[in-house]
Design a protein around this ligand. Structure first.
Ligand code: HEM
Length: 504
């Protein structure tokens, strides 16, 4: 028998083996609605050579035509997208569907398997350890950090004297300063020190992740590792890890010999650590280090994973939400006026008056504005879980192994769930009983919900109340509509271009 014949027999054998192995998977996938696929390339042709903003529009069209449960299949990524609140509820409340999909693997080299990505007993243990770091007493200390860095931001904006600027990069530096000081007790000064290696590295890694996300060949790790982009990524990750490690070891050194317990993060023994800019408010990192002291030890690598996860999760998500909220306030003057009135009612008109956590909690109208922004512009527009076992609900059976993508973005814009969905109307949140359960999940829900949501709300209220009190925010007509795109986080490809005119 010739070599060619043997080869053909081999290929046919592999084909039938594959068909048999994935028979059930394919049968179930065939029942999920989708856009017309190509016989070999499936849906790849819809996405190939498209810019991120265009990809987003294609996904929106697919959701409209085939939702609320539909699929797209491209090599190495088979996704079922779900925006039916009933099914979303079952997914998010399940104790079994807690594994993250392969898209999260792109950030593993940087974040390791920290809280965002880990699963099983590791995730359970870490979640238990980290939850106390978000106790309201600890959050209270972070408000000072938010206020202080907010003041730096206000001063910086005054230099632009009402000129139009893309405010997104500036917000991002503010958010980096806040999270770095809250998570590690380290004053990064990203807003003032433009040469910081770490800040440059965070910005660059975010851009690389974005590029990789939409490049089919670079999605394949085996091929990706031979590219110059991969080599650059590894260099940046080295810089990021070196920085976090140096802060952790410096902190550990300081804590050695100090009798520090979980309630003493503000006590004198944590003050005056200034070798590398450490300050007293280090609740998150201290907590991780103390767990080690108490026997349930976390390795240095484990601590670094969690600190890095916070740097990533808390920085771009809040930046996106702050930017879209400011855009909405600029677009809807009456809403901006109401926010200002509420701030003045709570804080008076003395601009040096800093809000306390209690003040921020009283800002109910601003909270509705933030929620309405997150309905239309959820910072995390999609998040995905991998099914480790077959799952049936509402007449669908989803096969084992597939990625289930929950889409807050599509739910927020569904007229069946939110009448006149494109209307920006904070009064939708006057009585949340009127909002269909699980149709508004910008922070996810259930066991793997966002652990930082209260922190995020405080930070967003702190900075937006500051900006509204200090500036009149306006936007030109041609910049009112953002061009949405999403890698992991929702952004506007044309920036968020605003003018901020000092009020006094
Ligand atoms: C507007 C701001 C934020 C939004 C919209 C947001 C949204 C989300 C969402 C949707 C998830 C679930 C992701 C998934 O299942 O893959 C999540 C998880 C998470 N978030 Fe946030 N987040 C925000 C801010 C923050 C902040 C400020 C922190 C930290 C201080 C944080 C830390 C985390 C962590 C650690 C997880 C993983 C939790 C787990 O799996 O147990 N987030 N966030």
């Amino acid at each position: 028998m010739s070599a060619v014949a043997l080869f053909l027999i081999f290929i046919t054998g592999v084909y039938f083996w594959y068909q048999e192995k994935y028979k059930r998977y394919n049968e179930l996938m065939d029942k999920i609605p989708c856009a017309k696929p190509h016989p070999i390339l499936n849906h790849l042709l819809y996405f190939i050579n498209k810019r991120p903003g265009e990809i987003f529009i294609i996904l929106e069209k697919m959701a409209k035509d085939h939702g609320p449960v539909w699929k797209f299949q491209i090599p190495l990524s088979e996704q079922i997208v779900v925006h039916d609140p009933k099914i979303v509820e079952e997914i998010l409340l399940s104790q079994k569907i807690i594994d993250k999909s392969m898209e999260y693997d792109f950030i593993i080299d940087w974040l390791g398997t920290g809280l965002l990505i880990s699963t099983g007993s590791k995730w359970h243990k870490r979640r238990k350890i980290i939850t106390p770091a978000f106790h309201f007493k600890i959050l209270d200390q972070f408000v000072d950090i938010m206020n202080k860095n907010g003041d730096v931001f206000v001063e910086k904006l005054k230099h632009f004297e009402g000129r139009e600027i893309n405010i997104y990069p500036l917000i991002s530096l503010y958010a980096l300063d806040v999270v770095c000081e809250s998570a590690m007790g380290y004053q990064l000064n990203a807003q003032t020190d433009e040469d910081s290696e770490y800040v440059k590295a965070v910005k660059e890694i975010t851009e690389l992740l974005f590029l990789r996300f939409f490049d089919t060949t670079k999605r394949i790790k085996f091929l990706y590792q031979f590219t110059s982009m991969y080599r650059r990524e590894q260099q940046i990750i080295k810089t990021l890890h070196k920085f976090t490690e140096s802060v952790i070891s410096s902190r550990r050194e300081h804590l050695k010999g100090h009798d520090v317990n979980a309630n003493s993060t503000t006590a004198n023994d944590l003050q005056n650590i200034d070798e590398i800019g450490m300050k007293k408010k280090t609740a998150f990192l201290d907590l991780l280090l103390q767990v080690q002291v108490n026997g349930q030890s976390l390795s240095d690598e484990g601590i670094r994973e969690e600190v890095d996860t916070f740097m990533f999760e808390a920085h771009d998500t809040t930046s996106s939400a702050i930017a879209f909220t400011l855009l909405n306030l600029a677009k809807y003057k009456d809403i901006q006026k109401r926010v200002l009135e509420e701030c003045e009612e709570i804080l008076g008109d003395d601009l040096s008056q800093q809000p306390t956590m209690q003040d921020l909690n009283k800002m109910n109208y601003l909270e509705k504005v933030l929620k309405e922004t997150l309905r239309l512009y959820p910072s995390v527009p999609f998040f995905a879980r991998k099914l480790n076992t077959e799952f049936s609900t509402e007449g669908y059976t989803f096969p084992k192994g597939v990625s289930l993508t929950v889409a807050p973005y599509f739910m927020g814009r569904d007229p069946k769930l939110f009448p006149d969905p494109l209307k920006f109307d904070p009064s939708r949140f006057d009585d949340e009983k009127n909002i269909r359960l699980f149709s508004f999940v910008p922070f996810s829900a259930g066991p793997r919900n966002c652990i930082g949501q209260k922190y995020a709300m405080l930070e967003m209220k702190s900075i937006i109340s500051k900006l509204v009190r200090n500036f009149e925010i306006t936007v030109n007509k041609e910049n009112e509509e953002p061009q949405i795109c999403a890698q992991l986080i929702l952004q506007s490809t044309n920036g968020i271009n605003l003018s901020l005119k000092p009020r006094k």
